[in-house]
Design a protein around this ligand. Structure first.
Ligand code: GAP
Length: 446
């Protein structure tokens, strides 16, 4: 993990937030390449949910919802973690994770293990961030930053039935920020207080819920492997009865083998009719579906694949990170799926003279119409390749003296290091072709 954190900072993927003020616990800013990478992760999720299907529609709901939302959803009463304070070191710990925490004064021990530790009993701590609406904090003005994007979908279910011309089985998908006042943070962007979720609520006739649950388990696993995650680093783990959330009759986590061990990447839950029933009761609105043909009326059941954009990005980075040797020199390379790579192609003149920068500029302006492209003429060519390898750019175009004679260039592959000579006129098509081709992590071969 240290290597990933250091690469992210060095190359401008993810930076500690508010660093000039000493940082803010578990808050991170996405820098240039991080923004591009995360946009690609989210773009691929939208693609799988919307473009490649005709039974899912999109939503972008408000972060601050009516406070009754969280009464109905159960978050106000039950979205809590058990918290323990140490009166000696003043640190706070999650009571259920205390065996994984480090004592504030003696990090080789767990809290409670030294004679100086003075722990309070466990008390429940609600993870929702509270704020107020309006200029004065008065009764009834308390609202919450949403702890999940899902509830915004349930609140809009009725409107979607009316305008979207969809009927169950159909889904509503949303990507957006969620906020949780986590007690235990750390592990870089794995657990933050402000993060992005990619959630989809799939509404189905009750007797089809089990089948659709299986369908979404398969779809979501395929999404990660098609984007290059190594299958032996990915698994599905079913929750046992005690672990299930209050709303769920079945949940399986997609887990990835992070450097911190197997950990949750995404949860896929059968939420039954819990949410729509609760919101119908709390709002007084009917949230059932009436089949106009048969007259049948029912509250749809919901299958929910709930992923984290930041965790997915972290898994893709971890899976792509590699080190190898080229001609006796070590290099760091991100073997990202080309569809995820922040920059698809770099254009590099071999030397900064003899008309090469001018021709390279022409090639660059042409390619950037079609792909995220970067131009770099500073420093030795080897160092420029390394820089692109470190940010995961799959292809580099080099303009050399021959390019000025016959308008051909070399196209270098990040993984195989093969360099092919190709006409400038064919470059765009060739890169398109490579981008569309199936891709497998080269780390699987090694
Ligand atoms: N609507 C269901 C729900 O929110 P969840 O398992 O609590 O389920 C879904 O969250 C996903 O959101 C997780 O699998 C994870 O990827 C991401 N996530 C949750 N808490 C997070 C946090 N504190 N930091 C980063 N990602 C988080």
């Amino acid at each position: 993990m240290d290597k990933i954190v250091s690469l992210c900072k060095r190359r401008g993927f993810v930076l500690p937030s508010s660093e000039i003020y000493g940082g803010l616990g578990s808050s991170y800013d996405y820098a240039h390449y991080g923004v591009l990478l995360k946009n690609n992760v989210k773009g691929q999720w939208w693609r799988a949910m919307l473009q490649e299907r005709d039974d899912v529609v999109a939503l972008d709901s408000a972060i601050i919802q009516h406070p009754r939302t969280w009464e109905a959803s159960g978050h106000l009463a039950g979205f809590t973690d058990p918290l323990v304070d140490c009166r000696t070191c003043k640190l706070r710990f999650r009571a259920d994770l205390i065996d994984q925490a480090q004592c504030g004064r003696k990090p080789s021990k767990h809290p409670g293990e030294t004679p100086d530790c003075d722990l309070t009993g466990a008390r429940d701590f609600n993870l929702m961030f509270e704020t107020t609406i309006g200029p004065v904090a008065e009764e009834g003005s308390t609202v919450y930053l949403r702890p999940e994007t899902a509830q915004g979908i349930f609140l809009n279910f009725k409107s979607y039935l009316q305008f979207s011309r969809k009927k169950p089985p159909f889904g509503i998908a949303q990507i957006g920020k969620s906020f949780r006042n986590e007690i235990t943070t750390g592990n870089f962007i794995f657990r933050m207080r402000e993060f992005e979720q990619m959630e989809m609520e799939f509404f189905v006739p009750p007797d089809e819920a089990e089948r659709w649950f299986g369908h979404w388990l398969e779809q979501r696993m395929n999404w990660y492997t098609a984007l290059g995650l190594r299958p032996d680093h990915l698994r599905l783990r079913a929750h046992d009865q005690q672990e299930l959330s209050h709303y769920s009759s079945a949940t399986s986590d997609v887990e990835y083998l992070f450097p911190i061990g197997w950990s949750e990447l995404e949860g896929i839950a059968n939420r039954g009719d819990f949410d729509l029933t609760q919101h119908a009761q709390f709002s007084g609105q009917k949230l059932d579906y009436v089949d106009t043909a048969s007259g049948e009326r029912y509250i749809p059941h919901v299958i929910e694949p709930a992923a984290g954009a930041d965790r997915a990005l972290l898994a893709f980075l971890v899976d792509a990170y590699d080190e190898d040797q080229i001609e006796g020199e070590s290099r760091t390379v991100l073997r990202l799926h080309p569809a995820l790579a922040p920059v698809k192609v770099a254009v590099l003149p071999l030397v900064r003279k003899d008309g090469q920068p001018e021709l390279a500029g022409e090639v660059y302006r042409d390619l950037r119409e079609r792909f995220q492209t970067e131009y770099d003429e500073g420093g030795a060519i080897g160092r420029r390749y390394r820089r692109q390898d470190e940010i995961g750019t799959p292809w580099a175009v080099t303009i050399d003296h021959q390019s000025l004679e016959d308008r051909t260039v070399t196209l270098r592959d990040r993984d195989s290091l093969a360099q092919e000579r190709i006409a400038i006129a064919e470059l765009g098509e060739e890169i398109e072709r490579r981008l569309r081709a199936p891709w497998r992590s080269p780390k699987l071969e090694s």
